[in-house]
Design a protein around this ligand. Structure first.
Ligand code: BES
Ligand code: ZN
Ligand code: ZN
Length: 463
């Protein structure tokens, strides 16, 4: 069988096939068999199309064909989408459509007796178009790596198996993988990581991924929260949704995906990724509320709440990034429930000590589909983090602005002169909607955004 994808809008002659006008609406799909051929009509609506709209169209096209069962060759008509695209560049249009297509193809079926998905191959009449398809494949693969990691249940993805998995993923790439664990964590002063992991029988791992293709470039560090399960510790979480906390390593997954994308796209970067991996459980060895942790910079942190564990391990990551000489640090984490209360589920929060860059990141988010919205880091809130016993408390005394006080806590570990960006993605680790290229399970949030942030830093440092 051969399949043809035909975008349509109201001015199309093709709509005489349909009784209902609504099939020309954005996102509507109609499958019409014509002998040996299947025509897929997709409505593109009335308005101009963003790259995300085009990814969405690619996603729904692919999803409409999963029931076709048969393997088939596909061709697609892009001219109408091109005419409507806000940014009518053929390469970007094709790449975006195919990115949505491949992201929609994803399924997490490791533990299911699922039937195999039908194989559909795009036919490219012109050889030159194949490179855009290839770029989309690389991007989607990296996002799907992050999805895979997030979807793994906590008994399958422990800090140990996670570190092993990363070794496999980056085997025979330009990315080197170093794992720091055991006594080395203590002797090298990774106090936060060591402390949080104490209550679990799963040993902590600090994974360092290095891509030094161009060492002349300024070093950028990506730090990702990797809590493979967050029970809350002694401040145990209650409620039915605690199973969600298998995805509390979403930040580290985003960083791993971005490193894969940088590696596979041959980007000449100088990037180090720092992934603290721990499980937050409580047994007789667990850390306790009121405990004091001494960090390598001499700061003493009082544990006000063992469920605010993410910031404790990220603090080690931030300090280590500076020790390794990074001048720009981006951290990403499923850090607070509060960010979802502030922004809902569509956009993650982005914070920085270089405020003027925030709108630029917002723009990169809009382009990539990994939406972020600027948030403040008010130093005036620092008194909420005061500690009777140590220098700073990991828990705010205020019930308000929890995402901001979490960011402010992290800022205490960033030296002057270092550019620091923090992304709180607790609300976006799952998709905000299941339409388009999103599928059940994790969103794969952050991979494409971090990749573009690194590329944008590289471009800026060249000026
Ligand atoms: N992992 C959670 C944050 C989270 C919440 C992620 C919902 C995904 C969905 C984090 O470790 C946490 O528990 N944060 C606390 C902080 C509080 C104790 C200061 C929170 O947000 O309630
Ligand atoms: Zn927690
Ligand atoms: Zn957590």
């Amino acid at each position: 069988m051969h399949i043809t994808i035909v975008p349509i809008h109201e001015a199309n002659d093709d709509i005489i096939f349909f009784e209902e006008k609504s099939c020309t609406e954005f996102g509507n799909v109609q499958l019409i068999p014509k002998g040996e051929e299947l025509i897929v009509y997709i409505g593109i609506g009335q308005d101009s199309l963003t790259l995300e709209d085009i990814r969405f169209l690619g996603g729904i096209s692919r999803k409409s064909l999963t029931n076709a069962k048969e393997d088939a060759a596909v061709s697609a008509e892009f001219s109408l989408i091109m005419n409507r695209a806000e940014n009518p560049e053929l390469g970007q249009v094709i790449s975006s459509f195919m990115e949505g297509w491949y992201l929609a193809e994803y399924q997490f079926s490791s533990y299911k007796r699922a039937p195999k998905l039908n194989q559909l191959t795009m036919r490219w009449e012109e050889e030159s178009l194949r490179e855009y398809d290839h770029a989309a494949r690389i991007r989607a693969n990296a996002v799907n790596l992050a999805r895979d990691l997030c979807n793994e249940p906590a008994n399958k993805l422990t800090p140990t198996t996670y570190a092993e998995r990363l070794k496999q993923v980056f085997h025979e790439t330009d990315v080197t993988v170093q794992v720091i664990d055991g006594d080395e964590l203590v002797s090298n002063e990774f106090a936060g990581i060591h402390t949080v992991a104490k209550g679990s029988s799963e040993p902590a791992k600090l994974v360092v991924l290095t891509l030094a293709r161009d060492a002349s470039k300024e070093k950028i560090a990506l730090v990702g929260k990797g809590v493979t399960f967050d029970s809350g510790g002694t401040n145990v979480k209650t409620g039915k949704d605690i199973g969600e906390m298998k995805m509390d390593m979403g930040g580290s997954a985003a960083v791993a995906g971005a490193m894969k994308l940088l590696a596979d796209s041959n980007t000449a970067a100088n990037v180090v990724a720092i992934l603290p991996l721990v499980e937050n459980l409580a047994d007789g060895n667990a850390f306790l509320p009121s405990d004091i942790i001494r960090y390598r910079n001499g700061l003493h942190v009082e544990v006000g709440n063992t469920d605010a564990e993410g910031r404790l391990i990220l603090a080690d990551g931030l300090l280590y990034a500076q020790l390794l000489g990074a001048k720009t640090i981006v951290d990403i984490a499923t850090l607070t429930g509060s960010i979802g209360s502030a922004l809902g589920l569509k956009a993650a929060g982005v914070f920085s000590n270089a405020e003027s860059d925030l709108w630029h990141y917002k723009q990169l988010g809009d382009q990539t589909g990994d939406y972020v919205w600027p948030m403040p880091v008010y130093d005036d809130y620092l008194h909420y983090l005061k500690s009777d016993c140590g220098d700073v408390n990991n828990m705010s005394s205020s019930p308000y602005g929890g995402a901001i006080t979490a960011a402010l806590f992290l800022k205490q570990f960033v030296e002057k002169g270092i550019k620091w960006v923090h992304i709180d993605m607790a609300n976006t680790v799952r998709p905000w909607r299941e339409q388009g290229y999103y599928v059940p399970g994790a969103s794969g949030f952050g991979v494409r955004l971090l990749f573009e942030m690194v590329r944008s830093e590289l471009a800026q440092s060249q000026i």
